[in-house]
Write a protein that binds this ligand. Structure first.
Ligand code: UT7
Length: 332
């Protein structure tokens, strides 16, 4: 029997119905479909509308679908990790709300705040719990309602982000499939370039913070772009090199969907062609922690047992990383 690894045994995604197109954004801020498409690759994104609709709605729908398609009894779930920067509330954790909604009454759960790298961090954490033998069924959710922290008068951010997410079930595998290696990094000195100024303990909400629009995501796009291009490509190449993998060995790069140009640069550096890159940015934009599970969900029917995937992300923190994963099942 080989080493116990943590394998993804199912994945499911969920996005809200409302489609915010580039054409509609043209009526809201000074921008154009041509600019957005050529600079980012995004055509449309989804928005979760209505009262009392937090990120837990996205997570709950994704986990319900996941449990159904994997025939998993919610009572058997040991742990739910929810990667998000848009929790329903500062506390309790959105993971707890999702657990209650799906009937995971024997689980515990908590949120992980690592922005766009959240799903990677959570998968690596889940893998450690499984490899240690401590838990057998861990659900990892990556979901964000980015529209709740986006300023729709700021054309530099509102064109990028969307709402959505997904969930993956991780279970022990002794056949050599699952999470093979991971490299995770963070650097808090990147905070000035991508953050929310107010609403935390540093600067609690006040009439001034609202007036100054300080509860929205602030991004210095071109600085973040430079760090993202370098770091996401570096870490993807590093995880391949240290495992003697070449572009030919890789079935798919699963990149964070922030900007098509960042994705292209990462793929070039890894030596993989466009046909090996998961891409859905044109339909969903940047859903922060949601992008990676949404990609896996979209491409699930094309994945076969033993396929080598490199998951890679870069985002606020700064946080970044790459995971080498051997897919554990054939299309059902
Ligand atoms: O997922 C979390 C991590 N985030 C990222 O990875 C995002 C990284 N950054 C980016 O993807 C890009 O920097 C953006 C898409 C945000 C911006 O693209 P850019 O090519 O870096 O543009 P820029 O910020 O350098 O701006 C170029 C020009 C500016 O005009 P001037 O100063 O050259 O006259 C902007 O004012 O484009 C202008 N601009 C726009 N024009 C039309 C900025 N936003 C828009 C817009 N429509 N929406």
């Amino acid at each position: 029997m080989s080493k116990v690894r943590a394998a993804i045994t199912g994945v499911h995604g969920w996005v809200p119905d409302y489609v915010l197109t580039n054409q509609e954004l043209e009526t809201m801020v000074e921008t154009s479909d041509e600019w957005i498409t050529s600079r980012t690759g995004i055509k449309e994104r989804r928005i979760l509308k209505g009262d009392n609709q937090g990120t837990s709605v996205i997570g709950t729908q994704a986990v319900k679908g996941l449990l159904e398609k994997t025939n998993t009894d919610p009572k058997d779930i040991d742990l739910i990790l929810c990667a998000t920067v848009t929790p329903d509330m500062p506390f309790p954790a959105t993971a707890n709300l999702i657990a209650a909604n799906v009937g995971a009454v024997n689980s515990f759960g908590y949120d992980m705040s690592a922005a766009c790298s959240g799903f990677l961090y959570a998968v690596a954490t889940a893998a450690s719990f499984i490899e240690s033998g401590m838990y057998k069924k861990v659900v990892v959710v990556g979901a964000d309602k980015m529209s709740s922290i986006i300023d729709y008068t700021d054309r530099t951010t509102c064109i990028i982000f969307g709402d959505g997410g997904g969930a993956a079930l991780l279970e022990p595998n002794t056949e050599g499939f699952g999470v093979m290696d991971s490299i995770l990094r963070s650097d808090g000195s990147g905070a000035p370039y991508l953050h929310i100024k107010a609403g935390g303990s540093l600067k609690p909400a006040s009439p001034e913070t609202i007036q100054n629009r300080e509860h929205f995501a602030y991004q210095e796009g071109s600085t973040v772009f430079k760090f993202a291009v370098t770091n996401m490509a570096d870490v993807s190449a590093e995880v391949m090199q240290r495992n003697n993998l070449t572009g030919d060995d890789i079935r798919y790069l699963v990149p964070h969907q922030a900007n098509k140009r960042i994705i292209d640069a990462t793929a070039r550096r890894m030596g993989v062609g466009d046909e090996k890159v998961m891409l859905n940015i044109e339909r969903y934009g940047n859903t922060t922690a949601g992008t990676l599970p949404l990609c896996l969900w979209d491409y699930e029917s094309q994945l076969k047992k033993g396929d080598n995937l490199i998951l890679a992300a870069f985002g606020g923190g700064f946080t970044w990383g790459a995971i080498w994963l051997k897919w554990a099942y054939d299309p059902k």
